[in-house]
Design a protein around this ligand. Structure first.
Ligand SMILES: [Zn+2]
Length: 175
């Protein structure tokens, strides 16, 4: 059961729906055969082996960017990927089943472009590991000034968020 949306009047199964980038953009960019050959992936982790024109191995991990909703009751989650160094990737694997909440954050770069949130690909984040089955969270540094960092720092209004979701993933708003 959903409820009628105060913004568009339609019924949404859940509001706000989190956005989910299923794989890093670098993986989507590969032709199927190439992807089968080079990519080792699941819903949390991805390693791209070197290939033609791509001399080095690349490491990705999935997590969540949280954006406060100014007139809402909870944060909005963007499920997205970051690229990390091999060392930090291995660190994540070692801590995979541990409680990572007290561990220091480590750096990564966003690996998805989310068009209506400005230029997001390659933006630097700090990664905070989580507890149990929860995915890591991604945080922009306090000095970051691009649109998405400002959004995470200052929050978004529900109406604005509705527009973003309607542009990025309208099917999430179907009843
Ligand atoms: Zn609506």
């Amino acid at each position: 059961m959903g409820s009628y949306c105060a913004i568009c009047g339609k019924m949404h199964r859940n509001w706000p729906p989190d956005l989910a980038c299923q794989r890093p953009d670098a993986v989507w960019a590969l032709a199927t055969k190439e992807r089968m050959k080079r990519s080792r992936e699941n819903d949390d982790l991805c390693v791209l082996r070197p290939g033609k024109g791509a001399p080095r191995e690349r490491h990705f991990m999935r997590g969540v960017l949280l954006i406060p909703i100014l007139d809402g009751r909870r944060d909005w989650g963007i499920g997205t990927w970051v690229e990390v160094s091999k060392r930090n990737f291995e660190h994540y694997l070692e801590q995979y089943h541990a409680d990572g909440r007290q561990l220091p954050r480590f750096p990564g770069k966003l690996a998805n472009h989310i068009g209506s949130l400005g230029k997001t690909l390659g933006r630097r984040v700090e990664i905070q590991l989580a507890h149990g089955k929860r995915r890591p969270t991604f945080w922009f540094r306090s000095g970051a000034r691009h649109a998405l960092a400002v959004l995470q720092r200052e929050g978004i209004r529900a109406k604005e968020l509705h527009e973003v979701i309607n542009t990025e993933a309208p099917w999430l708003l179907e009843g």
